[in-house]
Design a protein around this ligand. Sequence first.
Ligand SMILES: Cc1ncc(COP(=O)(O)O)c(C=O)c1O
Length: 394
Amino acid sequence: MPVVSGRVNAAAAAFAGVRDFYFSSRYAERRLAPDVCDFTFGNPHEMPLEGMVGALRDKLTPRDKNWFAYKTSEREAQEFLAEAVGRELELAFEPADFALTTGAFTAILVAFHLVLDAGDEVIYSEPAWFCYGPMLLGANCVPAGVPLRRPNFDLDLAAIEARIGPKTRMVIVNTPHNPTGRIYDRDTLRELGELLDHASKRNGRRIFLLADEPYRRLRFDGRPFVSPAALYPWTLISYSWGKVLLAPGQRLGYLALSPLMLKEERKALQEALFSAQMALGWCFPNAVMQYAMADLDKLSIDQQALGRRRDRLMAALAPAGYGVLEPEGTFYLWSRWPEGNPQVLWNRLADRDVFVMPGSLMNAPEYFRMCLTASDRMVDRALPALIEAADIRP
Ligand SMILES: Cc1ncc(COP(=O)(O)O)c(C=O)c1O
């Protein structure tokens, strides 16, 4: 007799490739060994930011008896965000537009439960972050992947439009985009907003846009960023400090409502945020993370170093036969494998203790992703292995 729920089984099946890669692959065996060149997940490979340690230490000491009492989305944190994110995105947020969460993961979860009902369909573009599908299945909803347009991995608006059906309730746009590093421009996002508005009217039911923006601050060469929340009123933003601080274990983020939303809808969603978070298991960030938010918000990992690693890898890989796509943001480098069998090439690198994320985990087996949070030493050691692997014709 089955004991695990159907929805968890479905999520597990959709996540099996990533789970096996993390727990029981050649990568799993070697990932903690000394001198491994690990370009897989967005994890730190150097000591944490000093400022981050100071900000947390400062807020650890209780100032009053309620310091560690139950916390919801604390008013001070919401006020800070309304002002700071409002300035950043040039949008007139109210404090109540913000639900404080344990990272973007929970912000996405809250967004799903806030507006989706069982059986609703959610469209996202692939290759994609590998948790949208499992999270949707876990919420009893239907993931609907549509391909990004190659070779530059632009949003394919025609494909999104064609995929919209009567059950479509949400479209996810992740910008800057994991894994390709693309940042979608204003015209594309405006066009997407227009087509979602038409489709919503046709369906007689609002289609929401989830703007998943945890890499929003990580942009190369001073590139501009526009949030879909500034262009399509029915947008929810998910954000996390896990990327910009490179501390994904210290869970802090938020879900925000676009202030452009109609007054009544905005108010209804504002009022429902608490209930969604409570019903999902009190998914608010812990007290210390909320107190430290304003100080943490001033910090960032070394973006110049990310840029240098990007440039070094691109300069070496492109002439060796890799089809590297220049990332505009994020801390990833997305590349087509050189000629040959991707699995054999991945193993050639693994033989040299160089580990990259296979594109097969993101529905793009002829590609792979390298995370630029690897140290410079890892880049030094990996480059000869990457170049030699390309020379082999399996
Ligand atoms: C596109 C995208 N969204 C959301 C998340 C979740 O971020 P966090 O773990 O900081 O909540 C990630 C993490 O890799 C991501 O890449």
